[in-house]
Every structure is written in C-alpha cells, then in structure tokens.
Design a protein around this ligand. Structure first.
Ligand SMILES: Cc1cc2nc3c(=O)[nH]c(=O)nc-3n(C[C@H](O)[C@H](O)[C@H](O)COP(=O)(O)OP(=O)(O)OC[C@H]3O[C@@H](n4cnc5c(N)ncnc54)[C@H](O)[C@@H]3O)c2cc1C
Length: 468
C-alpha cells in the first residue's frame, strides 16, 4: 500500500486499523482501482475503511467528528446523482462488510439485516422462505439495502408496494458524533411520538449512517402475467393505466413506459428483438402479481382484449414463459445502448402528474430542439407512479446547465419534482429550489446542523450549507 499524506487533523490509517482491524483499510492504488460508481471518473478520497459492526462505525464516527474529518458513506455505489463522489480530504466508510441477514421472521413477515446486504441477495433469501421483498430495480445486483434506505429507492413495483420507505419498519443508525440511535421496531403500527427512522430514509447519508434495518416482507406472489402493449398517444397511456388498474382488482404491479425513441435504440438490428412489426409512438410493459396463475391469466387477457377493443392499445404481446417475460423486460431495462448512442449522456428522473406528462414531454422536446438542434432525447419510466426518466445526448462538456434547464424549467411551472427517486446528491443541488421552498430548505439545514453540527457526513451533498 502507498502511504498518502494526511492533513494535520485528519484521521490516520493506523487509527482506523486500530478500530476496524487488519485488512479493513484501503489506500493508494488499492483504493484508486475500485469502481468509482456510475458517472464518476475516479475515487479521490485518501482512505476507505470497512467496519464490520455498529460499534466500529460508532467509534470511527466519534473519532472523525472529534477531528472534523469529513466522511462519505458508500453502499453499492450504484446511485445516479454523484452522492458518493469524494474529495481528496475525505474518507470513505464502506458498508460492504456489514452484510449479514440476521433473521427472517416468517410469522411476523419481517427481516433483520445489516445495511450492506445486496438487494438481490436479500430478495433471493426471502423467496427461499416463501416470502417476497418487493423493492426491485435495475441496480439490484450491486445496490445495498442501506443504500436503498438512504436514497428511499423506488423502482419497478412502487405502484403496488410503495417505495423503500414503505418497506422499512425499523432502523439502527449512527450519528455523526458516534451515538447509536436504535429504532429497530418490527411492528407495522407504532405511533409513539416522532418517527425518528424517517430522518435517515432518503437523506442520502447526510444525517447518519444506517447500520441495520428491520424490513417488511410480503407473501410471495405465485402468479405473474406480463405483456408489452403498443399505445399511440399519451392520452391513451393515461386512460390505459386507469383501465388496467380498475380491471385487475389490485394485481397491477408494474406499468412501465418507453417512447419510440428509447424502444428504437434497444431494438435496432443486432440488438434486442422487437415483438412488433409496426412501430408505435409508445410502449408499455404491464405486469400483474397474484396468487392463481390460470384465473389471473384469464382476467389479464380479458382486460387487455377490452383495452384493444376500446382502442386504448393498438397491439399487445403476452409473455408465455419466464424466458419471454425476461426478453420483454430486457427492452425496458437495458441501458447500455442508450448510454453509448446518446453522448454526452444525461439521465433525468422527474416526477409529475400523469395528466401533465404529454404537455411536459412536448415542452422538453421543444426546449432541447431549440438549444441543441442535433440533440437526442428519449422518455421512459415508472409512469404508473408519475415518474418519468429522460435520456438526453446533447451538447458538449460545458453544456450541462443548459441541457438541465430544458428539463427542469418546464417542471417548475407545474410544481413537479426534480428527483422522483434518485435523490439530490451533487447532481441536482443547483435545482433543489424548484421543488422545495426556502422555508423547507432552511428547516432541512437546521435538522442537518442539529444532528451533524460539524458537517462531517457527506458534506456538500443534498444541501449547499447556505440558507434556502
Ligand atoms: C441499472 C440501474 C438501475 C437503477 N434503477 C433505479 C430505479 O429504478 N429506482 C431507483 O430508485 N434507483 C435506481 N437506481 C439507482 C440506485 O440503484 C439506487 O439509488 C440505490 O438505492 C442506491 O443504493 P447503493 O447501495 O448503491 O447506494 P450508493 O450509491 O452507494 O449511495 C447512495 C447514497 O446513499 C448513501 N448511503 C449508502 N449506504 C448508506 C448507509 N448504510 N447509511 C447512510 N447512507 C448511505 C451514500 O452516501 C449516498 O449518499 C438504479 C441504478 C442502476 C445502476
């Protein structure tokens, strides 16, 4: 390992090793060689420490707080808003060694886990017990449950089960000064004063380090029906959402939109196969989860046939096997082609009402065409939740603000959110005031200053440190 000079007050490698044990600290080339995460070119932090218990996290933070040593928590570094980006004076606290699934309680339908458990590993463990952890997103193979909690992640099944916040019953977190807050509640109902765990959900590692969680589990669905449908305009997409939701009696679990630009990129020759011969303006993946395959499949087909008769959809293909289902989902989940075709690549994650989407999409297209006539744009997203993702390839390295303006300015007029599920991080900080007023931002800063007065936790992320 290469020794890196530390500031006079900074915490040293030896001090971290004394707390977390041999092999727990990375520096120099071992640290630089790690995956820096999405859309970041390198890791700048001088040290990375991997604690293996809450007590160790507590001791590390107490020491860092004493020395005013800034700390950035790393989960699976799959986030999209540069919330895990580091500066040379910072150290990384990685949760990767705190990866135990401590208990799955089938009777209470809950589980106790350490924060570093990978989402997919946990989904599979729950399934082995005949239960289901319903949060599901494209980063499932690398993101951690602690990261999901601190970003309040969304994903493919929010429509049916809610965001991560709805899956969390209890939290254990370590404050900046090393105090351990244990709210490891396992009950669905508990109105005994302020719900302190909510402070740590969605606050992106700025108020405390989540070390353990109690998570809610659901019964494992035993039927699944999936279709890809073609729709000719956004008005019909909105009508279709209501039609299928009402017809499917609570089973609708995914309603995922792709516009023709996104669909076209992924189904170009040599890439993924489109099941349709004729192109369409929009495509939607409709999926249900239930308990009786034959009966549910019949209802699913009846509802889609009615939507076809009513002209809400122009074409539909239903998956007849798990393989066909995976192939349909691949068209929605594959991002590598759009990232390579749309350069420089910008990804947006906004929230607005379904009724406003059509006009908003037109406004964004028009703004981009005006500023960047050669720009490329595609829309996709969890439209059932009012969540649009926008992929843009436009301009040069200095055009970020101008491209972002095309997306966020039309949103301001309709009171939309600049972040539906990815968070604020560094990426969206300049635009926070579109979605939050100055009183809200001031209050957030006061909470931050109360819990982390020395501002050592993920400094500069979510809040600028100035008043709103
Ligand atoms: C292909 C792909 C698809 C995706 N799709 C979705 C999607 O549909 N919906 C969605 O919401 N997101 C999506 N994401 C984004 C990402 O997976 C989520 O934001 C995820 O919740 C981040 O978890 P992580 O463990 O990787 O956190 P990281 O990226 O490591 O960290 C994210 C933030 O949480 C903080 N943090 C991490 N762990 C802790 C902890 N234990 N305590 C305190 N703070 C912590 C970090 O400091 C940082 O601020 C996708 C990502 C990829 C790569």
């Amino acid at each position: 390992m290469t020794d890196i000079a530390v500031s006079e007050t900074g915490v040293t490698e030896a001090e971290l090793l004394a707390i977390a044990g041999p092999g727990s600290v990375l520096s120099g080339e071992d640290l630089r060689g790690r995956d820096p995460g999405y859309f970041m070119s390198s890791i700048e932090a001088r040290l990375l420490v991997r604690p293996s218990s809450t007590q160790q996290v507590s001791q590390i933070l107490a020491l860092c707080n004493q020395r005013r040593q800034p700390v950035v928590v790393h989960g699976g570094v799959s986030g999209w808003v540069r919330a895990t980006q580091t500066r040379p004076d910072e150290i990384i606290l990685s949760m990767e060694r705190m990866n135990a699934i401590e208990r799955i309680d089938a009777v209470n339908r809950s589980a106790t886990v350490e924060a570093g458990v990978i989402l997919q590993t946990f989904q599979e463990a729950a399934e082995e017990q005949g239960l289901c952890f319903p949060l599901d997103l494209g980063g499932r193979g690398s993101c951690q449950l602690g990261g999901n909690a601190s970003t309040n992640a969304g994903g493919m099944r929010v429509l049916r089960y809610g965001m991560m916040r709805e899956q969390v019953l209890g939290v254990e977190a370590v404050l900046a000064d090393g105090r351990i807050v244990s709210s490891m509640n396992a009950m669905l109902k508990n109105n005994t004063g302020y719900d302190l765990k909510q402070l740590f959900l969605g606050s992106e590692g700025t108020l405390g380090v989540i070390t353990r969680l109690v998570l809610r589990l659901r019964e494992n669905p035993t039927s699944c029906n999936t279709a890809l449908v073609a729709v000719d305009d956004m008005a019909n997409v909105a009508r279709l959402l209501r039609r299928v939701d009402s017809g499917l009696g609570g089973q609708l679990s995914a309603f995922e939109l792709m516009d023709s630009d996104f669909f076209g990129v992924n189904t170009q020759s040599g890439r993924l196969a489109s099941p349709f011969e004729e192109p369409s303006a929009f495509y939607v993946i409709v999926e249900t989860l239930g308990a009786e395959q034959d009966r549910d499949a019949q209802v699913f087909e009846t509802v889609l046939a009615a939507a076809l008769d009513e002209g809400l959809i122009t074409n539909a293909v239903i998956a007849n096997s798990e393989r066909e289902r995976t192939d349909l989902w691949a068209i929605r989940e594959t991002l590598e082609h759009i990232v390579s075709d749309f350069q420089p690549f910008y990804a947006f994650d906004v929230s607005l009402t379904v009724g406003e989407m059509d006009a908003y999409m037109r406004d964004v297209r028009a703004a981009l065409a005006q500023g960047f006539p050669d720009g490329k744009i595609a829309f996709l997203g969890h439209v059932g939740d009012g969540n649009l993702h926008i992929a843009i390839g436009a301009g040069g390295p200095d055009d970020r603000h101008a491209v972002e303006s095309c997306v966020y300015r039309p949103l301001a007029a309709i009171g939309g959110s600049v972040s539906a599920e990815h968070g604020i991080g560094l990426e969206k900080l300049p635009w926070l005031s579109i979605s939050r007023d100055s009183t809200e931002i001031d209050l957030m800063q006061q909470i931050k200053d109360l819990l982390d007065p020395n501002r050592i936790l993920n400094p500069g992320k979510v809040l600028s440190g100035k008043s709103g």
